[in-house]
Structure formats: C-alpha cells, structure tokens
Design a protein around this ligand. Sequence first.
Ligand code: HPA
Length: 272
Amino acid sequence: MIGVGDLRAFQEDVDLVRGLGEAPDVAVVLGSGLDPVVEALTDRVDVPYSELRGLSVTGPLVGHSGRLSMGWSGGVRVMAFRGRLHCYQGVSAFQASYPARLAFAAGARTFIATNAAGSVSPDLPAGTIMGISDHINLLGDNPLVGWPGPDGGNPFVPMGEAYDPSLLARARQSAADEGVQFAEGVYVAVLGPSYETPAESRALAGIGADAVGMSTVPEVIVARALGMRVLGLSLITNVAGGVALSHSEVLETGASSAAAFTRLLSAILANL
Ligand code: HPA
C-alpha cells in the first residue's frame, strides 16, 4: 500500500509494469466474479499483486485473484487488474484509486472500470449489464484529497462528463450486436462492507441512483484527473436490500453472466 507522497514506491511499480513489454492502450479493472475476461487475452503475462507495492494489501478476498495481467485483445494492448482495493478494506480512496494511476503511468489512455453492483431500480434485474452514465460518491472520501495532481496542479477536477459518452454509445452498440441485456444508469458508491438495508436502498433510489456498489468511483475520479477516457460497466448481481443477500450470491451471478460480460468487453475492445 502506498501513501500520497511515496513516489519512489510508485516508480518501482511503474518500472515493473513497463518491463512487461509494450505500453497498454487500455486498462480494465475487473470486479468480483469477472476474472474470466482475462482468459480471452493472448500472449498474457501475469504479475501477482504481492509484487506491486501499491496493490499488495489485497488479501485473499473470494472472487478476486489479485493479479495484474497484460495481453492482447486483437490489436489492442490490454492491462487488466484482477481485483482492486476497496475503502471497506480500510484503505483511503487515494489508495483505492491506484489502478488508474498505475495504468496512466504505464501509458494507457482509456480506462474501463467494471464492478458487481446491486440494483435499486425496478428496471434493472439481476444479470443486466449497466453502462454507467454518471455516479454519486457516498464513500465519504475522495482520491484527490491531499494529492496535488499530476503536475503539482489543480485537484478541482470537473466531473461533468466523467463517463465518456462516445465510449458508452459504443458499449450500447456492442451489447446490441452481441445480444447482451444492457441498460444505462447512475452508480452510487457506498463504503460497505455491510449491504444496504431496505430503507437505504429506497433512499439511494430517491437520490437518483440505479445501482449501488463499493468501488469504481475512486479510480474514475483519478482517471478523469489524469485526462483518461472512462467507461464504467456494472454487472447487476442482485437486488439491493435483500434479506438473504450474500457475497456468494454476488459471485454466482457474476459467474453465470461472465460469458456475456466477456463477449461484451471483447466486442468493446475490438471497436476501440
Ligand atoms: N450493494 C452494494 N454493493 C454490491 C451489491 C449490493 O447489493 N451487490 C454487489 N455489490
């Protein structure tokens, strides 16, 4: 885990990633249960997170394999983060945003964040893939706190079109081409790790959210601060606020929808 001022440790990770070969075009962060996307990459090289200073606190959380993978999807060089840090693990939003900083330093200029999320909207049944059109940050933290920005510069980053409309349109088109159930909506990030009460789920719908999760927002804020183009995809694994909701239910839906998710992501990458 790396603090805001620890530039030497950051540089060590950057050097390691640069040593893996050609610079990535796009970085993808894979949420719970979405690892199979990596199997579709060719000429893949894997680095365990234990070898990366900024990601090594990731414990053996079920559903995340804790590896960075570099490979090709057609002619696109992909850097895939299999697992991420979450604020509920006790790290700051700055530390949780690490994939975006590392990806940018490695050369990626497109950032795709994926996650598992609960639905707070009747229009989003489990199994739907939601293209994120916007987000609400309820983490109580922001990854730009204490960070002066890439040039020692401005932390007051506009978030007006954080999710690139043309990438979202491409995802929509790819979903139609692949016959994947797709919707668009607003993602709200909460701290967790407990799931929402029914009252909280209603409240989140009331403030404009469609899906709720515990990740993604720190990475996206930093990706935007660095000027990367961002696409966000949520796999709706459950209805939020359920009585018997469990992490294994989230992983099971992730597993059963992983094939559709992989198809969609491969199609998006092919059309970048
Ligand atoms: N709530 C918050 N995070 C989640 C959920 C949920 O219902 N499902 C998957 N991640």
